[in-house]
Design a protein around this ligand. Structure first.
Ligand SMILES: Cc1cc2nc3c(=O)[nH]c(=O)nc-3n(C[C@H](O)[C@H](O)[C@H](O)COP(=O)(O)O)c2cc1C
Length: 321
């Protein structure tokens, strides 16, 4: 299933971030594989119209990610994901949030490799779309045994975040462990973790020998980031995104957010506004004003004020965190 990894850079699932409005923006700039937010198998089975699982005509190719610990519910959810039009079904065995692991889902599967293997095989048996897996290097240390155990599963590919579940997001990404997993598995391996610049994406490919990389937080407020990484991987020049482009992406994203969510309120969108401005110089007045942005008109007024009041506002490159 290498065609899904043909660009060698894919876009991560991020709960409460990679919703349809965000994916719409990413999709404008790249034709690579993009992930949904993770969807609870239980919730999907009880409500197949779940907003997090909604797939749009422009969304392809898309991997829909499900999580859960109950094999019956996971199989049912996988079938629903297929019917909804997912191009790939991704199984979450990497989420380290306690609310997920205490149910035995997400990264908790790292503690029960045989159960993980059986579930993967069951899911593959029950859908005709490719099935992939996203996990971490281990629960509290690198666990080559987990990957050996699942090595005979016919996964489309496996994405590995180069940290343990215990580490969360702290510490370095263990590229050595990713390289070892690549050697253990015969299916394509996707390396993930701390890829905040296009150069880092290239470095991850070189250091680990993996087939592709997955970008996550680097995309926040940067819908063109995956495209920049793809260019770097192809040895093509990476163009800086201009201030005007960042602001016009922000405004378009906000309009799409309102349209998809049938709302005029931007309160739940505010995190994205901060991310779009992450490389801009910010004053106390910036924070004061941004907190008052509640709808699209406020956002336009805010952007107008910002552009007029801070002539050269950039403090970092557009492709830096
Ligand atoms: C806000 C947020 C939400 C996330 N949600 C998911 C998720 O739904 N499913 C998943 O497999 N990983 C999720 N992740 C993990 C990312 O996909 C990725 O593995 C991790 O952020 C490491 O990559 P990065 O260092 O490039 O951000 C999430 C990460 C963040 C920051």
């Amino acid at each position: 299933m290498r065609e899904f990894l043909g660009r060698r850079v894919i876009c991560a699932p991020m709960a409460a971030v990679t919703s349809a409005d965000f994916r719409y923006m990413v999709r404008k700039f790249t034709d690579t594989l993009v992930f949904s937010e993770m969807c609870s198998a239980h919730a999907l089975v009880h409500n197949p119209n779940l907003l997090t699982a909604r797939i749009y005509a422009w969304d392809h190719p898309i991997a829909l990610q499900i999580y859960g610990a109950n094999p019956g519910k996971m199989v049912e959810a996988a079938k629903i994901a297929e019917k909804l039009g997912a191009d790939v079904l991704d199984i979450n065995m990497g989420c380290a949030r306690r609310i997920i692991t205490k149910q035995g889902a997400g990264a908790a599967f790292l503690k029960k490799p045989e159960f993980a293997r059986n579930l993967i095989r069951e899911l593959i048996k029950n859908v005709s779309i490719p099935v992939s897996l996203k996990t971490r290097i281990g629960w509290d240390k690198f666990q080559p045994g987990f990957f050996e155990q699942i090595s005979d599963c016919d996964l489309a590919f496996l994405t590995i975040h180069g940290r343990t579940a215990r580490a969360g997001f702290s510490g370095d990404v263990d590229t050595g462990a990713i390289a070892s997993v690549k050697k253990i598995l015969s299916v394509p391996v996707v390396g993930n973790g701390n890829l905040f610049t296009p150069g880092k994406a290239v470095e991850m490919l070189e250091k680990t020998g993996c087939d592709a990389v997955m970008v996550a937080r680097g995309m926040m407020g940067r819908p063109r980031f995956a495209e920049a990484c793809i260019n770097a991987v192809n040895g093509e020049p990476v163009r800086e995104v201009s201030e005007e482009e960042i602001i016009s992406d922000l405004l378009e994203h906000a309009r799409k957010f309102c349209e998809i969510n049938a709302t005029t309120s931007l309160k739940k969108f505010r995190q994205h506004i901060y991310w779009y401005f992450k490389t801009f110089r910010k004053t106390p007045e910036f924070y004061d004003r941004i907190q008052k942005v509640n709808d699209y008109n406020h956002l336009e007024a805010f952007v107008e004020w910002f552009s007029g009041s801070v002539p050269s506002a950039r403090e970092n490159g557009s492709h830096q965190a």
